[in-house]
Design a protein around this ligand. Structure first.
Ligand SMILES: *[C@@H]1O[C@H](CO)[C@@H](O)[C@H](O)[C@H]1NC(C)=O
Ligand SMILES: *[C@@H]1O[C@H](CO)[C@@H](O)[C@H](O)[C@H]1NC(C)=O
Ligand SMILES: *[C@@H]1O[C@H](CO)[C@@H](O)[C@H](O)[C@H]1NC(C)=O
Ligand SMILES: *[C@@H]1O[C@H](CO)[C@@H](O)[C@H](O)[C@H]1NC(C)=O
Ligand SMILES: CC(=O)N[C@H]1CO[C@H](CO)[C@@H](O)[C@@H]1O
Length: 730
């Protein structure tokens, strides 16, 4: 520490002490709620939540890019959570932050959402491309096949309209609900350290950053969670919270085939459950757990080990095992001993984020920073990253490149080895009909591209391939939102820990020098992956290491400085009084109409002779002790016939006097729906509904319900219900 920093700290401490004396109400202690008067400025605030669960069977999951990971059922429905913040005096100035339980935001989804909101009519004219941010929680356990670009469509055999439409419709509905709930209220925020929910999965690359820079941080991943609280003015009840914390949505392993929102989905569910019926929160309370600088983080906090019998950890430098390959290197979640495809570890990592967020929430009345300053602004523009030239801070002019993936991309990470298995297929084409169509179109990178991407050895020159349509985005979304002193960088990439820090710091210091936030110090978070999926961004130093994240930094060594330059350039548009927007930039290609699609639809559902749809063929036992798994099996039909959005496939009902009351449904983590095809030709299938009971469940008499829809060969799809026999839980 230099002398001047010491002086500064002393001055700050003195100022704080004086303030504390001058206005005790502002710094009241815990339990001292009534004394705290300062609430910051008033805003229009609204929250909304809606179901986005696409086809839960027979569609490949988005995230691990493994052709084999195809849905067989549902553990927890997926949601869109919408948060709207607007100026009271000028309601045109507002933004929408969406948190989708998806792998990422995406150009196809974003286009669909913008069109859907526009179709809601003139009351929604304040919402548009500048002020809607479409972020994903980065769950790797939801149906994919909604991506705009060809590369992430490969493992899902193309684009699937039903999968896409479910996300779009639910996102639009969540915005509608948030809009309808708009009212005056306050915002405040706080931070807390979450231990045990993330570690660094690319430490070797992180260590390439300058020692002096690393020395500024206690941890090699960000452990801080930021929580923004939405409180309505009328009675100071909370209507929602929005949090940011980085950890990959890879707690559920790559061989899990049940849909879920992974650890962020668990955290949001636990938070929303925890405030049900509490006097401080409203009925429609929504908890958003948004992703942050997630790039090099993993929820597999015990570290990465070789599943080859050696018991060794994978190598630091390249994450390989004794055979020199990455295939047997797997990250271990906190409860990895439970061989349940990551379910227990996933719940635990979700629980750890929830617990931290909840205790922070409980302390906010005495510890939070109020959001102040009436200004709400946002900007969004498109930037073509092909050979974008700009100066680094030392004046040297550098450039970005057309998108490309390096060799390490094929090796994957310890969270999921061997992404895009086709790249490993040295014996020829893998068994993937889409790949057979497009693999002939692979090209050798141009000389300019090869030079530009140095030192990345190019494996897939995706940015220079546009046949049959673009493989990856070259045109990216640049977006930032601002309410009072709170700024949100909306990143299309998964930023590494240090990349996120540099990006946030650059925005913070530029906002300070532009005096964007008046007397309040700017506070900056980064949310994503959002708006389109542009893979990763690492620091230039990390890029030279070319691990998975560096190999997946699409636009070359200078991608991060370019994103920072592009964000800072437009920052003046967030100033109070600013009325202009940046030029909207070139439009990215819209591949929704021309995408290939090799998935087949449902042909027919049938039942074995003598059986009927919904018939319970595997009854539960008469009695279970709490902690046991209750199973019931039914004659089933394909759930793709009707997604039952805002509804449920499975339920547990409890006998309450003479009536049956619903105790669990598809939203509950402990209720698991599994669909199995038993005869392909005749369309027979069975459904097993499993209820993992626990100590928290009340003893009583229960039954299991199954809701399905069957498709005859001719005629329309018909709904049906199944009901198990009664059983008691003791
Ligand atoms: C799922 O994958 C994990 C990690 O690769 C492995 O340890 C486990 O045995 C697999 N489980 C099944 C049922 O295949
Ligand atoms: C960003 O790059 C442009 C050139 O493309 C340059 O004119 C501008 O000064 C840079 N802005 C910042 C904030 O670095
Ligand atoms: C500016 O910084 C970059 C990145 O560290 C470096 O490659 C370049 O040589 C520097 N330029 C000058 C003039 O020092
Ligand atoms: C319940 O059903 C699931 C899914 O079919 C199965 O994996 C599990 O073994 C069954 N459990 C019991 C206790 O029967
Ligand atoms: C603070 C932290 O999470 N450190 C971890 C970074 O990654 C290495 C290797 O995976 C771990 O050993 C550290 O514990």
């Amino acid at each position: 520490m230099t002398l001047s920093t010491v002086t500064l700290v002393l001055v700050a401490l003195l100022a704080f002490a004086q303030l504390a004396v001058a206005s005790p109400s502002r710094f009241g202690t815990r339990g001292d709620h009534k004394q705290r008067a300062a609430k910051g400025d008033k805003y229009l605030i609204g929250v909304g939540k809606a179901d986005i669960t696409g086809p839960v069977v027979e569609i490949n999951f988005g995230g691990y890019a493994s052709t084999d990971q195809v849905g067989t059922g549902l553990r927890q429905r997926l949601y869109s959570r919408a948060f709207i913040i607007g100026e009271v005096g000028n309601p045109k100035n507002r933004f929408v932050y969406l948190v989708l339980d998806t792998q990422s935001g995406d150009t196809a989804l974003r286009n669909g959402i913008l069109e859907g909101v526009a179709a809601l009519g003139s009351a929604y004219s304040a919402y548009g491309k500048s002020n809607i941010a479409v972020t994903g929680t980065h769950s790797h356990s939801g149906p994919g096949a909604w991506f705009n670009y060809l590369l992430p469509q490969v493992t899902s055999l193309g684009f699937n309209k039903q999968s896409y439409q479910a996300v779009v419709d639910g996102a639009v509905l969540s915005i509608k609900r948030a809009h309808e709930s708009l009212q005056e209220g306050y915002l405040d925020f706080g931070t807390t350290k979450i231990t045990g929910a993330n570690i660094n999965r690319s430490l070797y690359a992180y260590l390439a950053n300058p020692a002096a820079e690393r020395a500024q941080y206690a941890d090699d991943v960000d452990k801080e969670l930021t929580l923004l609280r939405f409180q309505r003015a009328s009675d100071l009840k909370s209507i929602g919270v929005l949090t940011w914390f980085p950890t990959h949505g890879t707690s559920m392993l790559g061989n899990n085939t049940h849909v879920s929102g992974d650890n962020k989905g668990v955290a949001a569910y636990l938070f929303e459950q925890s405030v049900k019926g509490s006097s401080g929160a409203t009925d429609g309370f929504v908890a958003g757990f948004s992703q942050a600088n997630v790039g090099d983080t993993t929820p597999n906090v015990l570290g990465a080990y070789c599943d080859d019998g050696s018991g060794q950890m994978c190598t630091l430098e390249t994450s390989v095992c004794g055979d020199g390959k990455s295939q047997s290197c797997h990250g271990r979640g906190p409860l990895f001993q439970k061989l349940d495809l990551g379910v227990s570890s996933c719940f635990e990592i979700g629980q750890r984020q929830f617990a931290g967020a909840r205790s922070l929430y409980d302390s906010l009345d005495s510890t939070s920073t109020p959001v102040v300053g009436s200004t709400i602004r946002s900007f969004h523009y498109f930037q073509d990253m092909q050979y974008y030239k700009f100066p680094l801070s030392n004046g040297t002019v550098v450039q970005t490149c057309p998108a490309a993936l390096g060799y390490s991309f094929a090796a994957g990470t310890s969270d999921g080895p061997g992404a895009f298995d086709f790249t490993q297929g040295d014996s020829g084409a893998p068994n993937n009909p889409l790949w057979q169509v497009v693999s002939g179109l692979l090209r050798v990178p141009s000389a300019a591209q090869t030079a530009c991407q140095q030192p990345k050895p190019v494996l897939l020159d995706v940015g220079e391939m546009s046949a049959p349509y673009a493989w990856s985005p070259n045109i990216v979304d640049v977006q930032t939102l601002r309410v009072g002193q709170f700024l949100i960088i909306v990143s299309p990439t998964e930023a590494s820990t240090m990349a996120g820090r540099r990006w946030r710091d650059a925005v913070k210091s530029a906002a300070t020098s532009l005096s964007l936030t008046g007397s309040a110090s700017p506070y900056v978070v980064i949310g994503g992956p959002a708006n389109t999926y542009a893979h990763y961004v690492v620091t230039p130093e990390e890029y030279t290491i070319q691990r998975y994240e560096g190999a997946s930094t699409l636009y070359g060594m200078w991608t991060l400085p370019a994103f920072i330059n592009l964000t800072l350039q437009a920052l003046p548009h967030l100033a109070p009084g600013a009325t202009s927007s940046p030029a909207s930039g070139p439009s990215p290609p819209d591949n929704r109409k021309n995408s290939l699609s090799f998935q087949t639809g449902v042909v027919v559902d049938g039942t074995p002779i003598g059986q009927s749809f919904g018939q319970c063929t595997g009854q539960p036992k008469a009695q279970y002790a709490r902690g046991a798994v209750v199973n019931a099996t039914f004659v089933g039909a394909n759930p793709r016939n009707n997604l039952r959005l805002e509804g449920t496939f499975a339920a547990v009902e409890r006998k309450d006097g003479g009536a049956w009351k619903r105790a669990k449904d598809d939203e509950d983590w402990s209720l698991v729906y599994t669909w199995t095809r038993t005869n392909f030709v005749l369309g027979y299938s069975s459904v097993t509904i499993g209820w993992e009971t626990g100590a928290e469940d009340v003893a009583g008499t229960y039954r299991i319900k199954y809701y399905g829809d069957a498709k005859p060969l001719i005629g329309s799809i018909k709904p049906f219900e199944g009901t198990s026999g009664e059983f008691s839980l003791v």
